[in-house]
Design a protein around this ligand. Structure first.
Ligand code: PEP
Length: 253
């Protein structure tokens, strides 16, 4: 991790936890992360628990992120939520382009190119997820895939806003599988993502935070977080338990 960039540890709850379970979790988490100086901590609950979590984390170091949003301000988009609806309840940011949204719900790079600037314009911090499938890695197409996603998804963002985005490198074969990228694989891919940002602005490449995601657990977090280009982690399964999530936060200090 670079000392110039504040690490972010964000927990993606996916479709887990009722409001009551979320309250129980946050009551257990807050005392465990209260002394995590120099680390930003985020939780990404389902939509229905967002407002309760914003309320319960007020005054703490824990930020609340949504898991997706629509690019339009409003309109006939049944089931969708706009950026302004998230900021109205003081949500801090939003995950965009998670591989589950891309694969299961058809989220496209074209939509993401609109979502990233829409999130920033509303005052949300986007966490843009990118990453290759197992097939793509085996074919030697990892860099091609990352180049495509980073270039397309950030295409409509002015250069001077690039550093305001958080990018999560999440190799799809490592998500929810227990199969974690090696430190070499993670560092190489994340340095490549940063170099893609540098192609547009060297200054912003020094600012942009790039997280690793994919089977991060308390016992592998420290090694991954110590890598020079890794600025934190997006955590799925291990973020559902307050003690294990807090242990990952502690590894970032
Ligand atoms: C994720 O869903 O973003 C993720 C990284 O999940 P897990 O940590 O469970 O692999």
């Amino acid at each position: 991790m670079s000392s110039d960039r504040t690490p972010l540890i964000a927990g993606n709850w996916k479709m887990h936890k009722s409001i009551a379970e979320a309250e129980e979790f946050i009551a257990a988490l807050l005392p465990r992360v209260s002394d995590a100086e120099g680390v930003e901590v985020g939780i990404c609950p389902p939509f229905l628990a967002l407002q309760a979590m914003v309320h319960s984390t007020r005054g703490s170091r824990v930020q609340v992120f949504a898991q997706t949003m629509h690019q339009a301000d409003h309109g006939a988009f049944t089931g969708e939520v706009a950026a302004s609806m998230l900021t109205e309840i003081d949500v801090h940011g939003v995950i965009l382009g998670h591989s589950e949204r891309r694969e299961l719900f058809g989220e496209t790079d074209r939509a993401l190119a609109l979502k990233v600037p829409a999130a920033l314009a509303a005052g949300l911090t986007p966490i843009l997820c990118v990453g290759e499938t197992e097939d793509e890695r085996e074919r030697g197409d990892t860099q091609r895939k990352l180049r495509h996603q980073v270039q397309e998804d950030l295409a409509r963002l002015p250069d001077d806003r690039l550093g305001d985005v958080v990018i999560a490198y999440e190799p799809i074969w490592a998500i929810g599988t227990g199969q974690v990228a090696t430190p070499e694989q993670a560092q190489e891919a994340i340095a490549f993502v940063r170099a893609l940002v540098a192609d547009r602005s060297r200054e912003q490449a020094g600012r942009v935070r790039v997280l690793y995601g994919g089977s991060v657990k308390p016992d592998n977090a420290a090694e991954l977080l110590a890598l020079p280009d890794v600025d934190g982690a997006l955590v799925g399964g291990a973020s559902l338990d307050a003690a294990s999530f807090a242990a990952i936060v502690a590894a970032a200090r």
